[in-house]
Design a protein around this ligand. Sequence first.
Ligand SMILES: [Cu+2]
Length: 177
Amino acid sequence: MTTLAVSRRQLLRTVAITGVGGVAGCGGGSGDGGDDSDGGTVSAEAYPSIDEWLTETDIGGADDTYDGALTDSRDSPSLTVDVGAEGNNGNFAYSPSAVVVSTGTEIRWNWTGEGNPHNVEALPEEQLGESDYEFSSGEAVGGSGVKYTRTVEETGVALYHCEPHFSLGMKGGIAVG
Ligand SMILES: [Cu+2]
């Protein structure tokens, strides 16, 4: 019997088209929330390159908002990442900074307007060489309402950072698939 892994993806696509959906709450995430529906976390043990990226201090700083777990967003057709979230001694963090999504997910980086100009850059050759994705939002810009969107189609890992605040630990990691 042939098993096609396509159906789940198609389902996600369908959801993406029909559901504009509410923005997921971005509340602190520090609690031990009772619901175990969606939006749980996954141990970073399965994603060592992300764990290394967010904790090492040889290339940029360590992200102090990272606690060894990835936000599980695999059931969502899109993911919003705040750019300029609280962390790293100011508003120098992405939130969530570590996340796992399914292929076909639209990632929406959304500037909060806090913490000076930011950008989003994945530069595999200048990072740890482990990012399967390369992308850039361009030069750092300030203000709120700035958006950068990218759909991740292939299985892999994206390691990215904010150029001006790299040394402060403004880094992110997305596991796809
Ligand atoms: Cu920044």
